[in-house]
Ligand binder design. Structure first.
Ligand code: PBG
Length: 327
């Protein structure tokens, strides 16, 4: 191998055209999945205090939003629901006419070229804000898994294209796959939140989805932020149980995990740039402390460079507009 002064790495950086020619990583609209929050009512569009530009929307407003998302060329949305009533067992999560089920039908009636992904979890629907059924302060794994399978089926029946379980109960991917197949939904893929950490970066989401736990935290089922080998075991078991795509969440502080998961399993891999990641960039941008657009793109390129094929991000619309501007 040649050495300096024969080798000069700067040679490829002087001319912008050469730089473009040797660029290794690109953001594409096809990478983007846009998270949306839906609630009962009409003509509602409440901005979330800690997430400027992100709203809780009633179904009529949501459908218009989805039409815009579709026309921007973003291929997919993921839905989170705020129910009318919460109870101990999260009944609205699997109700035929629950908020998500109705939202799916409405979007599907108006947007023919938009994939609807649904988040499957109970935390938005339980009165205590936990991700499953409780016995005292303990979340019962297997009882919860049966309800999650019911929730997944109700989403598929309403027309969901992809099911994304985010609860982190053991065995839920296998149970959901079996339930979907039994009901004839053999063609519906599962995008598993396979590696989900017990993260402080979810703070703003819990305002948005009104899903903060009434007591305790999620450390009995979400992963310890310090663990990496365990992430491999989580991903492996979800793949064995039938996950078609796997997700790492959050993204920015877990680029090593995205990289390891992609290298080892070579699966379609998603990464979720979560609410807190979005909020930090927005806040610093608003203060004039960073160049918001530049940092937005840099944060997402970093996630792709680590190995993500798809990115769930609240910036999806802004990125699509940015990419149009680049042409
Ligand atoms: C659970 C769920 C959460 C997020 C996505 N799905 C919250 C949690 O686990 O507490 C967080 C996403 C974000 O912070 O943007 N239904």
């Amino acid at each position: 191998m040649a050495d300096y002064p024969t080798k000069r790495l700067r040679r490829l950086r002087y001319n912008p055209l050469v730089r473009d020619m040797v660029r290794e990583t690109y953001l594409n609209k096809n990478d983007l999945i846009y998270p949306l929050f839906v609630m009962h009512g009409t003509n509602i569009k409440n901005e979330i205090r800690s997430m400027p530009g992100v709203y809780q929307m009633s179904i009529d407003v949501l459908v218009k939003e989805c039409m815009e998302v579709e026309s921007l060329g973003i291929p997919a949305v993921i839905l989170f629901g705020l129910p009318e009533h919460k109870d101990e067992v999260g009944s609205e999560a699997y109700a035929e006419h629950g908020i998500i089920q109705e939202a799916i039908r409405a979007i599907k009636a108006s947007c023919k070229k938009l994939l609807v992904i649904t988040d499957v979890c109970l935390c938005e629907y339980t009165s205590h804000g936990h991700c499953g059924v409780l016995d005292g302060e303990n979340i019962l794994n297997d009882e919860t898994v049966s309800l999650l399978a019911k929730e997944a089926i109700s989403h598929a029946q309403a027309g969901a294209d992809i099911i994304a379980p985010s609860d982190m109960m053991d065995g839920r991917i296998g149970a959901i796959r079996k339930a979907l197949d039994y009901k004839g939904f053999t063609h519906i893929p599962i995008m598993s939140y396979a590696v989900k950490y017990a993260s402080g970066f979810y703070g703003p989401f819990r305002d948005a989805a009104d899903s903060a736990p009434a007591f305790g935290d999620r450390r009995s089922h979400q992963m310890d932020v310090a663990n990496s080998n365990e992430a491999m075991r989580e991903a492996e078991s979800d793949i064995e149980e039938g996950a078609d795509m796997i997700m790492v969440k959050p993204a920015g502080a877990y680029l090593d995990i995205i990289h390891r998961v992609k290298e080892k399993f070579q699966m379609p891999t998603a990464a979720y740039q979560v609410s807190g990641e979005y909020a930090m960039i927005k806040a610093a941008g608003k203060m004039g402390w960073i160049d918001e657009e530049r940092v937005m793109i840099e944060s997402l390129i970093g996630i792709k460079r680590a190995g993500a094929d798809m990115i769930l991000t609240y910036f999806a619309k802004e990125v699509a507009k940015y990419l149009d501007k680049q042409k």
